[in-house]
Design a protein around this ligand. Structure first.
Ligand SMILES: Nc1ncnc2c1ncn2[C@@H]1O[C@H](COP(=O)(O)OP(=O)(O)OP(=O)(O)O)[C@@H](O)[C@H]1O
Ligand SMILES: O=C(O)[C@H](O)[C@@H](O)[C@H](O)[C@H](O)CO
Length: 186
């Protein structure tokens, strides 16, 4: 499944890969980065230590926990003059508004990864050495607000191989490859 709003900006250079824990933000963001030659950063690496500790202990983050982290995510986007793919859950509309505001990119592109709870759960359970306990998936799903039609977002199903997801993202956002990949540069 994939959807394309009508007025989507072509070939955006500031892209947020969003969705609940275990939806594949890191896997897809990295693979997309390699495909199009745009840097990837993982929002997980920007969480203050106390947020990571909270999640590790099985406690969902609150809005107040997330604001400072979202501002670091927004600043990372703002500072990336060459462009950036950022993996960031961005679960609520107000969080995405905050990213749009802090990054200075009102037209930030969002790639929303979605799939059935059973698949998310099994992917989280299969994952080793990650601080996020699968038990927190419920609260992630409760917090999630699916992007609205005016949010410059595409929706990609996680029920397919990562490379197929990347193909869809490249096609829907009309993304160009690394400079020189088509013989013309960007
Ligand atoms: N399309 C896919 N097909 C099969 N396995 C996948 C796919 N996408 C991700 N995975 C696997 O599912 C697990 C979760 O993926 P990943 O860590 O990329 O998700 P995430 O959204 O970044 O999670 P978190 O926000 O919790 O860090 C990983 O073990 C990853 O290898
Ligand atoms: O907004 C949140 O609750 C967090 O960003 C989480 O989504 C985690 O960072 C991530 O899932 C770690 O695995």
């Amino acid at each position: 499944m994939s959807t394309e709003p009508s007025a989507l900006r072509r070939d955006p250079r500031h892209i947020v890969v969003m969705g609940v824990s275990g939806s594949g933000k890191s896997s897809v963001g990295l693979a997309l980065s390699q495909r199009i030659g745009l840097r990837y950063r993982d929002g997980d690496d920007l969480h203050p230590a106390r947020n990571v500790e909270k999640m590790r202990n099985g406690q969902p983050l609150t809005d107040d926990d997330r604001w400072p982290w979202l501002d670091l995510c927004g600043q990372a986007l703002r500072d990336a003059s060459e462009g950036l793919i950022l993996g960031c859950s961005a679960l609520r509309r107000v969080y995405r508004d905050r990213l749009r505001h802090t990054s200075g990119h009102a037209d930030l592109a969002f790639v929303y990864l979605t799939g059935p709870e059973s698949l998310l759960q099994s992917r989280m359970q299969a994952r080793t050495a990650h601080y996020m306990p699968p038990a927190l998936l419920q609260s992630q799903l409760q917090t999630l607000e699916v992007p609205d039609g005016d949010e410059n977002a595409i929706t990609i199903s996680i029920d397919q191989p990562v490379m197929a997801m990347v193909d869809q993202i490249v096609a829907l956002l009309h993304l160009s490859g690394p400079p020189g990949a088509d013989g013309k540069g960007r």
